[in-house]
Design a protein around this ligand. Sequence first.
Ligand code: GTQ
Length: 345
Amino acid sequence: MSQQLGTLEDLPADYRDDMAKAGVAPLWPMMRNVLPHGAPNPVTRPGRWAYADLRPLLLRAGELTPVEKAERRVLVLSDPGRGTGAMQATSSIYIGMQLLLPGETAPAHRHTPSAARIIVEGEGGYTVVDGEKLPMEEGDLVLTPGGEWHDHGHEGTKPVIWLDALDLPLFVYLEGSYAEEGSLQSPRNRPDASQVEYLSSGLAPSRSRATKKRRYPMMRFPWHRTEAALRELAQYDSDAVAEVDFINPETGEDVLPTMGFTAMMLGRGQKDKPPRCSSSAIFHVVKGSGSTAIDGETVTWGPKDTFSVPVFAKLTHQADEEAFLVRVHDRPLQEKLKYYEERAR
Ligand code: GTQ
């Protein structure tokens, strides 16, 4: 039985003043704000960022602000629910679009939040993480886990643009966010682990028990392999929507502690009605076009566009043509906190 709770105004003014002086506040007027009935009441609103809008703004930033003056030349995708200037796309996920021009480098640093990049445009960019040089090709997922040194470089001839996903809002909230600066790394003369140790799915290098496994053994997931895996799944299970999770090849767990990454393929005309879930998400369109109804509001999308969905949103995706999307979400965090949930629509 839900009851009307007392409000602050119900209380005499002198009592309210005395509470404020004593540094306390009554719970009951705020009870339903902090513990709403049945489901959370998200601040986050669906967002949509067309690449056609972001690209010229980023290129302009390239003219206005040298990389030395920016450390990272990034435009942050602000959650409409939090408004202009919000440094987050959902409660837990930060999304930025980063530009690096030919010949530029973004200096080495490391920080407590974890990051991952989805490469949007351009050739010749790379990230060095813990001495490993990770080439950045369109659609690749590149990890820079919390605490790992990373710097970016660009050996190509045209601008490189990528999408950054970080669990930064969470670290800010926890008062745990900080960075350290370092000097550019000299990469080891060896291809990244996706091309050596983990070239074949299901196979991992055999090692003596004494050999220490890296916590983040594979930090680049080349797009051509993700697309091939999705096509293979779609071919043999044409009713279900093909989806793959990016996982740590040594543990089978999600690639980062709080953020998960899931790639999805929709055939031309295919619809998907996923269960409502407690995780918030950002969708980035690698290729193709279509639309997504988010709680009844339709968002149309094309290649390289990005859109966000709040917790428990009711989603219906529909592809106009064959489409590939990568979803960044916070299911891993919610599973660790033991509250991840899916509900019938
Ligand atoms: O490339 O290291 O969008 O440190 C925000 C913070 C990117 C990065 C962002 C960062 C980076």
